[in-house]
Design a protein around this ligand. Sequence first.
Ligand code: ZN
Length: 480
Amino acid sequence: MTFAGGKQAGPEQAPAGSGDAGRRVLIKGGAVLSMDPQVGDFAAADVLIEGDTVAAVGPNLDASGAAVIDARGMIVMPGFIDTHHHHFETALRNFLPDGILVNDGHPHGAVNYYDHILQKFSLIYRPQDVYISELFGSLAQLDTGVTSVMDVSQIHHSPEHSDAVVKALRDAGRRSVFGYFEGWGEGTKYPEDARRLRKEYFSSDDQLLTMVMGGEIYIPDYEKSWKIGRDIAVPVALHVVGTFGMASTFDEIAKAGWFGPDNIFIHMTGMSDLAWKTAADAGAHVSLAVPIEMAMRHGMPPLQKALDLGMQPSLSSDVECTMTADPFTLMRSAFTLQRAFVNEAALAGKDRLPELLTCRDVIRFATREGAKGLRLDGKTGSLTPGKQADVILLDATAINTTPLNHVPGAVVTLMDRSNVDTVLVAGKIRKWRGQLLDADLAKLRRELEASRDYLFSAAGIPQELFREAPAAVPEPAKGA
Ligand SMILES: [Zn+2]
């Protein structure tokens, strides 16, 4: 069977049975950006998928019996990887567009993340609120080409809350790392329940879902969660944010030799040179949420710091209460920020400049380096024969990108969600010609809105579509 390419080509159906054992699907004639130096790039080539696996990448592949997806005009590349996202906040999307992290005494800090999201909203979530936000947030990221995520769910108020997270991630049908972080209240079984969760849901690594242990150092007894994480042999992840006064604790555990290649450090703003060097030497991974760090006063994203130490960061979206979770925004932010610093240094006459980040560099952060950080690089992060077929097709014939003159450039500097034409996770087609499959979005949206209404009312927070920031810059007077 052959299917014509392009969203405008008509209502043809997605090939049936994609991802099933033995099913062959040939993605034909696209510009292939494999992100694997051994495989290389092709102006026009095919990607052959067998079952859930990439079988071959190259021009004119012989693929008898395969369903053919016409990828002419498309960029074919590995799905994006977001190494830190809080799906449970989907119902609170945009509640804090102008907010900062904590109230540090300035008037604009009155409506802030810590007081409102963590101390009010998140405390009143029921398992059904967790489920719908997790599922909807996950599907929304599939729609934008993010095939793998680490979901940092700080919402484990009871084992039922934890089960709701796992069920939602599973129902979304995406590659997800379940980040078992804290919960609050009398019902919480964090961190001990990690052992049950590992056994019940994550005893096999041969599945879409894997597990990470949350080891936040702002929580009393954090030693316990680190120990459990290492006992059950999953990576230990944590937020490391200077704004929260963590630098001295982080130095202590650095000196005590706690850091290892199983650590995922999120943000790393405001940390000491000693802590950085210890993290680099230990082979720890750093996840940077560049737009959020800039907007919410986490501190300057330490992108250059990581690069100078030879660390390759991944990118993460963090919270949709303040910023969209699409990978194009993440890549563009990292690209423009790092270049702004280097360009300023060049203009100031400095002669020893760091290398400018390229489009390919930030795509690598958003694919391969994310896979490495989440310890999924044996499975995903590049189009490599033998890896799982997490593949996206980006429409380069669209009005915002055509004519195509540079493939990595088009992805980073021109594209957005509207270009994400088709998405496969482990060989299974989840988005087809611009439409998400297997999701009743109208029904899910109603459930998300109902959950949102409950959360605002139970938290005693009014829904205000035009709420002004507490210290908004006054608009200039007329004629000024
Ligand atoms: Zn976070």
